[in-house]
Every structure is written in structure tokens, then in C-alpha cells.
Design a protein around this ligand. Structure first.
Ligand code: ASP
Length: 312
């Protein structure tokens, strides 16, 4: 029997205020999300696997300069880019993750190849790039990742010890977390999740957030759900957010909505962790839950129109 398929994507959460947005920018973000949904939907429509659909959707988001991943990755304290990504297949519970890479065009492709071909789950830094070279993945020069807005953002904090979660209130655009992610359910009943990020502006000392950490930023299990997070990574790691949602369903019998609401709107809020997540279960329920002002998000269910939203 075939399951109706669906895909959901996010482009980060945070203080995204309509008052600080131009119509032009709103349209650009909406287009970026739509392209990602289309890329994932096309895979699912052809009978493809959820894990391939989330990869396709995240590649589209990584190639889109306004989101903090791939091409649009934020600047580190040294004026470089250090990207993190992870992917998990809910059918096999196989996962791949990578952190601290600076030249690979699509970190999510590397995460997927780590899952499939490295014999490991998590690779980091220059040696992960050596593996990417062996896999013949496309590399890009530093200039490819240069983006004017990101550079300005970095200039504001670069001489301080501070770091910024993508656009912060100080940068005049409101605080938001620009990480990207996707979750999908394929027609065979499998779920998968993928997340990719440039992390925080001005980060240093090899800082890694939740995005590449399986169980924190990304998790998928056909028995429960698939989850991709965005937010203040330090809190999401300590709260093991993505796995927590899955556990509440597995051990306590929560519905997807109950689990997401409890983790994001109750536990994380009390903990001080700002952000959100997208999640999908094998029945095709989708949750786009956040405790910040907004989250770039969208989804499309089989045979329906895509739905895209930015604010509450
Ligand atoms: N969670 C990401 C990190 O802490 C940031 C984000 O979601 O934008 O690296």
C-alpha cells in the first residue's frame, strides 16, 4: 500500500518581524523555500525515498544565498566559513554528519556520503574534506561563500568576543537563526530528516552547534517521526531536542503535535532555548513549531498546494 507523501522545510527561526522586512526580501525568502519544497516534492512524486528528498530540498536551500548554510553561510571570527550538516534515514536509522568544513559546496551531500560510504557517522574538519575529495564532491573557493550582508554582519562583531546567531537584533534585522532543514515522508512510509548550517557569526575555537549532532538538531525514526531543528544550538544540544520529540512519542505515546509543543513551547522556553523545529510522522502529520517571533517554513502534501509562512 502506498502512503501519501509530504515534505516540509525550514530556513531558520528567530525574531523575524514583518516591520523589519521589505516586500522584496519576503518574496525572495518565499521563493527560496518554494524551490526547496519543489526539489524535495519532485523526488517523492517519482517514488523516491524520503532521505533523497530531504537531501534535494537542503541542497536547494544551501545554494540560496539568503539562508545561513552552504553559499550563504555566516562568517567565523577569522573571516572564514565553517559549515555543519547532518542527515538521518528513519527506515534504517543510518545517519551521516559533518562539521567544520569550509570549501565543500553542499555540506549535506557530504553528510549523506558519510552515511553511505565512510563506515562512520560523524567526520569533521580538513580530513572530512579529504573524504569529500575522494567522493569527488564539488569544492568552491572562499569567494563563492562571500555574501555582502553576511560580511556586514560579521564586521559589527568581529573585534569583540561576542558571537551572533545569524541576524541578531543589533544587526537591524531582528534575531533569527538561518539554519536550513527538511523532513519528508515518502510513499513507502519512510521518514527522513536533514539539517545544514553555517552556525553563528563570529564563532571561534571550532564551535559546533546542534545542527550536525544526531539527536540534537536532526533525528529520524520510522516508528516515531523525523525532526530538523533551528535555534540557539547550545540549548538544543543540552536538551537533546530532536530525539526528545521522538522519545515522547515512543515511550509516552504522545502525538507528534503534543511532543513538539511540549519540547519547544514548554521545556525549551523554561530552559532559555530560543528556536524551533519541523517534524513529520509516518501518518503524514506535519508540525512547524517555534517559540520565537517567526520561522521561515513551508510544506507540501501530496496533491495539495505548497504552504509557505514566515511569521507567527
Ligand atoms: N542551530 C544553529 C547553531 O547553533 C543555528 C541556527 O539554527 O541558525 O549552529
Amino acid at each position: 500500500m502506498k502512503t501519501p507523501f509530504s515534505i516540509a522545510v525550514h530556513g531558520g527561526a528567530g525574531t523575524i518581524l514583518k516591520s523589519l522586512m521589505t516586500e522584496e526580501k519576503e518574496l525572495a525568502y518565499t521563493n527560496g523555500l518554494k524551490q526547496a519544497i519543489d526539489a524535495g516534492y519532485m523526488v517523492l512524486e517519482k517514488g523516491g525515498l524520503a532521505v533523497d528528498a530531504v537531501e534535494a530540498a537542503v541542497i536547494a536551500l544551501e545554494n540560496f544565498p539568503l539562508f545561513n548554510a552552504g553559499k550563504g553561510a555566516v562568517f567565523t571570527n577569522k573571516g572564514t566559513h565553517e559549515m555543519d550538516a547532518s542527515i538521518m534515514d528513519g527506515k534504517t536509522l543510518e545517519a551521516g554528519a559533518v562539521s567544520g568544513i569550509s570549501r565543500v559546496q553542499n555540506p549535506i551531500r557530504l553528510a549523506k556520503l558519510i552515511k553511505e560510504k565512510s563506515g562512520h557517522v560523524f567526520l569533521c574538519g580538513p580530513e572530512a574534506e579529504t573524504f569529500a575529495q575522494h567522493m569527488k564532491l564539488p569544492f568552491q573557493p572562499e569567494s563563492y561563500f562571500y555574501e555582502e550582508g553576511r560580511f556586514k554582519q560579521w564586521q559589527e562583531v568581529k573585534d569583540s568576543d561576542g558571537y551572533q546567531l545569524d541576524h541578531t537584533v543589533n544587526s537591524g534585522e531582528g534575531k533569527k537563526f538561518g539554519t536550513v532543514g527538511a523532513v519528508a515522508l515518502d510513499m513507502h512510509g519512510n521518514v527522513a530528516a536533514a539539517t545544514s548550517t553555517g552556525g553563528m557569526t563570529n564563532k571561534r575555537y571550532g564551535r559546533v552547534g546542534d545542527s550536525p549532532i544526531i539527536g540534537a538538531g536532526t533525528y529520524a525514526n520510522n516508528n516515531t517521526c523525523a525532526v530538523s531543528c533551528t535555534g540557539h544550538g547550545e540549548y538544543f544540544i543540552r536538551a537533546v531536542v530532536a530525539y526528545d520529540v521522538s522519545c515522547l512519542m515512543e515511550y509516552k505515546g504522545y502525538t507528534l503535535k503534543q511532543a513538539c509543543d511540549y519540547v519547544v513551547k514548554d521545556k525549551l522556553v523554561k530552559f532559555g532555548g530560543e528556536g524551533g523545529l519541523i517534524a513529520i510522522d509516518p501518518q503524514g502529520n506535519i508540525e512547524l513549531t517555534f517559540n520565537s517571533e517567526g520561522m521561515y517554513r513551508g510544506y507540501q502534501q501530496q496533491g495539495e498546494q505548497a504552504v509557505i509562512k514566515i511569521y507567527e
